[in-house]
Structures are given as structure tokens and as C-alpha cells.
Design a protein around this ligand. Structure first.
Ligand code: ASP
Ligand code: MG
Length: 452
């Protein structure tokens, strides 16, 4: 076998027995697919997060556990309740119950990760059995054997070199003989304790695994046939994009398009592995290929938005012309492990956005803007916090080298208050902040103006 393709299926693709069959069809239709990475069945991670946060009373916990059982039972039923598998799933349920009890007394980030990992562990066990019943020589594989991370529970960082070595030893031969079914989202630190990569992290897992085994392609199967010019639920004329460059895809994933986890692209870029995004329900509808080079390079390719942005305006006390302020400020963000998105500066102020939304969040769903962060910043500057902002990203090619980009974009929304603009760092994107109430309207108008 020379080629290995990694296929990842998201939560909605493995939500129940019926849709899991579509995933099996996709796996069976490509002889190169030897590694399958799954999310938890839709809804399960959220339920597990609720249990892990420890705020539910006993009745609330039992109701929540019952919802998780119902989802597993639908799939077990389709599979005909194989004895060993059924027992294994109910062991997970018992474990979830005991962790939920523990969390109600006192919870912590390590416990949350142990709890939420059950979602992916169960979906993969169920799907491995489904593949076997379809005649596939499938094997369930515990990804924690290879997915080494640091100990930053809730949003752990992968240790790429270790993952590569472990995967070469544990996975490469195995997937030569069988189809390996394994978990997205979860990993383990050097002590073998369970960690997670942050919400929506399964795409990232698939890409990391693809990188570690030198896969020929990474396929991300979801509920839409590719990445769209914008969210089709918002704009009816939005259409799938057949090809995107890695740079454009990175901008899109970072700045709004929810189809891909923002970190997914990095491992693929490092090893130049093409990434495909398509619909597991409708694989023939095609999808989006993301590669180094694309045939067309339009100036405007897509518009995206990301809600729930926080803008911090940091005003230095005394330092016209002084140096080191930016270094200090960024040092504080780094200490808190927070990545800064947009930055603009004037002589004495720096404005910074951070993503408080779902994709930027950690597995326990807590706000990234902690009291301690604000306290640390207030030691060195005045801090103003504005919430309820939406980041709009216009994505394309060579934007900062062409005439009239600004007027094309902003004439379409001449009557909207633009709070901050970031442009010129990447020639693939123009980003700005608007009030949350204006976000939808801005996207609609920009799509008509630039992409219809
Ligand atoms: N199950 C995890 C989540 O819901 C990871 C994923 O779906 O990618 O965030
Ligand atoms: Mg998901």
C-alpha cells in the first residue's frame, strides 16, 4: 500500500445509525481510505460538558445521561446490540455517571477532559462495529497511544514530533492491513492522562494524524458539500468553492467559516497534503479541495463572519515614544495562553481582538477573558473592553496589491459603523469589526456586491 487517505467524519455525520451508514459508504468508496477519525455523535460533547461542569443536581445529571444513552441506543439498536459492544458502551455510561458525581462535588479541567473524551470513544467503538458488519476489516484504535499533547487541559497543544514517532510505530503497519477507526479531539499527555484539543478539534486531529503518517489526502466529511462563499443559511446565493489555496483556507477557518477548525490547515501545509471538504450524506455533490496552488485566483473568494469578539483597547499611561509597551502587552497575553487575532495601534494605544466564540473556546466553554488577565493588563495600562462585536473577513487573493479594494468593500456598507479595520498583513484577507446587530446584513450586502 503506498497511499493512505485519512477520512474524518463530524458529529452530524455520526449522529445516528442511519447517517453512520453514509459514512461507511464513503469509506468503502475509496480504497485508499485506511484511517477513519470521528467526532462524538452530534450533541454528545455538549451534554458531557454540562455534566463535567458540575452544576447539575442529581435529577439534572440523570436526565442528561439519559439523553446520551438514547443516542447510543439508536446506534446499538441498528447494530443489533452485539453483547461485547453493548457492555463496553454501558461501561462508558457508568464511568460518565461516576465522573458526573465527582464533578458535582468539585470539578477541574482534567476531569472535564476525561469526561468529554467518552463521546469520541463511544462513537468510534460503534462505528468500528458498523464497518465490520459491512464486511470491512476494521479495527478500533485508541488515539491516546499516539496523540501526545502538553497538559493544557481543555485546549492542549499537540507535540508533533512525538506524534509522528508514535504513529510510525503504532499506526502505520496497522493501517496497512486494516481500516483503523480512531478518535478526533482527544489526546494524552506524557503521563498518559487524557487531554482534549479544544472544541471542534477533530478536524485538527485528522490533519495531525495525516501529517504523522504522510497521508496522501485528508478528507473532512461534514454536512455541507464543501466550503461556501459564505454561510448558505444566511445568503441563499452562496455557493460551494471548488478549490482554495492553503492561505485562503487558513484565513477562512480562522475568521469565521465554521466548516474547518482553524488549526486544521497547519499540519497539511507542513507536509503539503491536500485537504478535501465534502458532505457525507451527498458525496457526489463534490466539495472543496484545498491545496498549495489553485487554477483560479479570484480577488474575492468568500466572506465570513465570527461573532462574539472582544475588543480590548489598551492605553499606555505615559509613553509617547517609549518602547517595549507592545512587548509587555503581548507577554501578558502569552502568559495567559491567549492568542490575539487583530491588532491595530496608534501612538499610545493598542487595540486587540480575541475570539470568545465557540471555535476559539476551550472544552469547558469558559470565557477566555479572565479577571486575572484584565488585572495583569491593568498593571501596565488602561483597559477598555467592548463586547458584542462581530468580525467580518473578506477573503481572496493579492488584495493588498490591487486598486479599489477598499472602496469596493466599504461602499457596499457605507451606512454601517466600522469599529476597527485590519488590512495589509496578509494579501488574502481584509478584516473588520462591526456591531453584532449589523453582522448578518453586512455579510449579505458584501456577498451581493463581491461574490454573486
Ligand atoms: N466532539 C468535539 C466537539 O464537539 C470535537 C469535534 O466535534 O470536533 O467539540
Ligand atoms: Mg464537530
Amino acid at each position: 500500500m503506498n497511499k493512505v487517505c485519512v477520512a474524518k467524519f463530524g458529529g452530524s455525520s455520526v449522529a445516528n445509525y442511519e447517517v453512520m451508514q453514509n459514512c461507511a459508504n464513503v469509506v468503502l468508496s475509496n480504497p485508499d481510505t485506511h484511517i477513519v477519525v470521528l467526532s462524538a455523535s452530534a450533541g454528545v460533547t455538549n451534554l458531557l460538558v454540562d455534566l463535567a461542569n458540575g452544576s447539575l443536581d442529581e435529577k439534572g445529571r440523570e436526565d442528561t445521561i439519559q439523553k446520551i444513552i438514547d443516542i447510543q441506543e439508536n446506534i446499538l439498536e441498528g447494530l443489533g446490540h452485539p453483547k461485547e459492544l453493548t457492555e463496553s458502551i454501558y461501561r462508558h455510561i457508568e464511568y460518565i455517571r461516576s465522573l458526573a458525581h465527582e464533578a458535582s462535588l468539585e470539578t477541574n479541567a482534567a476531569l472535564v477532559d476525561r469526561m468529554v473524551s467518552n463521546g469520541e470513544l463511544m462513537s468510534t467503538k460503534l462505528f468500528a462495529e458498523l464497518l465490520k458488519q459491512r464486511g470491512v476489516d476494521a479495527v478500533w484504535f485508541d488515539v491516546r497511544k499516539i496523540m501526545r499533547t502538553d497538559s493544557n487541559y481543555g485546549k492542549a497543544a499537540p507535540v508533533v514530533e512525538v506524534i509522528r514517532t508514535l504513529a510510525q510505530n503504532e499506526l502505520v503497519d496497522l493501517c496497512r492491513e486494516k481500516i483503523v477507526v480512531t478518535q478526533g479531539f482527544i489526546g494524552a499527555n506524557a503521563d498518559g492522562l487524557t487531554t482534549t484539543l479544544g472544541r471542534g478539534g477533530s478536524d485538527f486531529s485528522a490533519a495531525l494524524i495525516g501529517e504523522a503518517v504522510d497521508s496522501s489526502a485528508i478528507e473532512i466529511w461534514t454536512d455541507v458539500p464543501g466550503i461556501y462563499t459564505t454561510d448558505p443559511r444566511l445568503v441563499s446565493t452562496a455557493h460551494p468553492i471548488p478549490e482554495l489555496t492553503f492561505e485562503e483556507a487558513a484565513e477562512m477557518a480562522t475568521f469565521g467559516a465554521k466548516v474547518l477548525h482553524p488549526a486544521t490547515i497547519q499540519p497539511a501545509v507542513r507536509r503539503n497534503i491536500p485537504v478535501f471538504v465534502g458532505s457525507s450524506k451527498n458525496p457526489r455533490a463534490g466539495g472543496t479541495w484545498i491545496r498549495t496552488k489553485t487554477e483560479s485566483m479570484p480577488t474575492f473568494r468568500a466572506v465570513a463572519m465570527r461573532k462574539n469578539q472582544v475588543l480590548l483597547t489598551l492605553k499606555s499611561f505615559n509613553m509617547i515614544g517609549a518602547c517595549g509597551f507592545m512587548a509587555t502587552v503581548f507577554g501578558i497575553f502569552a502568559k495567559h495562553g491567549l492568542s490575539v487575532d487583530l491588532v491595530t495601534t496608534s501612538e499610545v494605544t493598542v487595540a486587540i481582538t480575541i475570539d470568545n466564540g465557540f471555535s476559539g473556546g476551550s472544552s469547558d466553554g469558559k470565557s477566555l477573558l479572565s479577571e486575572q488577565l484584565l488585572k495583569d493588563l491593568r498593571q501596565v495600562c488602561n483597559v477598555e473592553v467592548e463586547e458584542d462585536l462581530t468580525l467580518i473577513a473578506v477573503i481572496g487573493n493579492k488584495m493588498s496589491y490591487k486598486q479599489g479594494i477598499g472602496s469596493k468593500v466599504f461602499s457596499a456598507i457605507f451606512d454601517v459603523n466600522v469599529r476597527m479595520i485590519s488590512y495589509g498583513a496578509s494579501s488574502h484577507g481584509l478584516c473588520f469589526l462591526v456591531d453584532s446587530k449589523d453582522g448578518d446584513e453586512v455579510i449579505k450586502r458584501l456577498h451581493v456586491h463581491l461574490l454573486d
